[in-house]
Each structure stands twice: as C-alpha cells, then as structure tokens.
Design a protein around this ligand. Structure first.
Ligand code: FES
Length: 148
C-alpha cells in the first residue's frame, strides 16, 4: 500500500489541502482504509496521524473498518426524515437483518446513514455504492437492493 500512497501523493501533491483527494484515491476499489495506509499518508504529507485518522473517520464516504461489497447510505437529514426516511431505513434493516453500521453475514451489504445527498427534492433518498436513488418508499428501497 505504501507504493499506492506514494502514487497518490505524486498525483495530487504533498500539501495537506489534498488529503481528501488522496484518501478517496486510496479507497477506490477497496472497502476501507487500513491503519498502515493512514500512517503512510501522514508520513508522506508530514502531518499528524491523528489529523489523517480524524479526517478518515469524519466523512461517511471513508471507512477505517472493513465494509461489505455494497455500501448503503440512507439520508437522515430533515427533508428526508419528514418524507419517510425512517420507514425506509427500518425496511432495509429488516430486509437485511442488520442494524446501522453493520455488515450482512455474507459480506454483501453494509448499512450506514448519511447527511444530505444533495437530492432533497426527491426525498427520501439513499445511495448504494455510487448510485443515488430518490422518491423512495420502503418497498422500492428493498426492491433496489434485490437487484444487486
Ligand atoms: S436531506 Fe436527504 S437528500 Fe438532502
């Protein structure tokens, strides 16, 4: 992974302002960022490891723990909440048999909640991997997961 970190730094730059881009690059195609990767990024950028870890754990698009093949993020902000996000979340939890921050036993799905996905006009919304879905009902959300 150290080679990948050097590659990312060469691509984006050694400045702290590129930390998000570097972490995104390093997580592409992987389910999480390992501790060794975070330490290598801190060393390459010459910034505290706590800052890199803090960034990686603050943003829901990054993870420092292994996740499933597909990551489901259900928006929990007010517009989605008002339009039924809690019912969508409950249906997905029941369908998968897991709670938020858990992964199915087969490793296929990890369930997360997230802040606004930027499509409040079609609330409630969820994101499955890189695909955003709106105007959800509990049934539609479960149906979308069944196609994975
Ligand atoms: S509040 Fe849910 S998409 Fe904006």
């Amino acid at each position: 992974m150290c080679d990948q970190v050097k590659k990312a730094v060469a691509k984006f730059g050694r400045e702290r302002q590129y930390l998000l881009e570097i972490l995104g690059y390093l997580q592409t195609g992987r389910s999480y960022l390992e501790k060794e990767t975070l330490l290598a990024v801190a060393a390459e950028l010459d910034i505290p490891a706590a800052e890199v870890y803090g960034t990686a754990t603050f943003y829901s698009l990054y993870s420092t723990v292994p996740r499933g093949k597909h990551v489901i993020r259900i928006c929990e902000n007010a517009p989605c909440h008002i339009d039924g996000a809690a019912a969508v979340l409950e249906a997905v939890k029941q369908h998968l048999g897991i709670d938020v921050h858990q992964t199915t036993a087969d490793g296929l799905f990890t369930l997360e909640t997230t802040s606004c996905l930027g499509i409040c006009g079609v609330a409630p919304a969820m994101m499955v991997d890189d695909d955003v879905h709106g105007n959800l009902t509990p049934e539609l959300a479960v149906s979308i997961l069944g196609k994975r």
